[in-house]
Design a binder for this molecule. Sequence first.
Ligand SMILES: O=C(O)CCC(=O)C(=O)O
Ligand SMILES: [Fe+2]
Length: 313
Amino acid sequence: MEIPVIDMEKFGLREGSDNLIKLSECLDQAFTKTGCARLINHGITTQQIQNVYAGSSLFFNLPDELKNRCRFVGEDSTVGYIGLGTERYGEKQDLHEGYLIRTAEDLPGKDLPGKDLVPGWRMATESLHTSLKILSSVILDALSLAIGKERDYLASLHRSEGDKKSFKVLRMAHYPPTNPDAAQTSIRFDEHCDFNTFTLLLQDNMGGLQGRDKDGNWFDLTPEPDSIILMAAQFIQFYSNEKYKALRHRVIIPEEEAKCRHSRYSIIYFVTADGHIPAWPTTATHLPQPPPNVHDHLMSVLVNSVNPTPPAS
Ligand SMILES: O=C(O)CCC(=O)C(=O)O
Ligand SMILES: [Fe+2]
């Protein structure tokens, strides 16, 4: 399966509407065909990305006791550490840990648990997060046109900064080294689709990320240096009236022994509508009405994948 490549430089990030129309056509084709695209020349530098990975590597290699002090503790605090085994998306054991981050602007009067454990990491994530926000606002504008709305339609549903229940988060993910036999009972991240609007994903070169096509076949979302994978998620599926489908995806344990015995790192930005917005349009004919709001919908989904009593460590 060829993943559509979108060269963002061609469109100029914040330029005239002609470019935006062209970008919206590319996104429309990509989302219709595969539910995803590979973004290149997106303006985010190698250094910005490497700085975040460097911090992730230091953080995730800290003793569990220290990481657990930064634990993600539920609904009102969508930031912090998510330990190994806290989430489960299928029959197999998921082998990943994560750390959820919001920008300082989105966390007024608060900061991240354990933010000083890794000097420089907070600053690196803030820089990357800000750049991803800028990139995502161009994509929101182009997608608004792609679904036949005014340019600022989706932006107006993705406004709230400082909403403490917002799921507009950046997730640093770590997949610890494992062994080839583990694949019988475990998977790095089991099959799911994302429940936000769309996702921007950066990955190191370990591989294993796969998407599922319309016929149910898995295809590799192969790592390419500095490119960003854009994936359609549920909100855009609902707001495009099912024209686009949220991409189902997973991360498998690589068959290549050297790779599976190595850590994998990724960075995932979940672009999410404001909590009070209906999770699907009231005009949708195929979904229950009235719709829950985005916050309640996400919470109901997360309840099923996040283990409320993570294993003691
Ligand atoms: O780490 C990855 O490449 C995928 C993670 C993912 O799908 C998620 O966090 O929703
Ligand atoms: Fe995902």
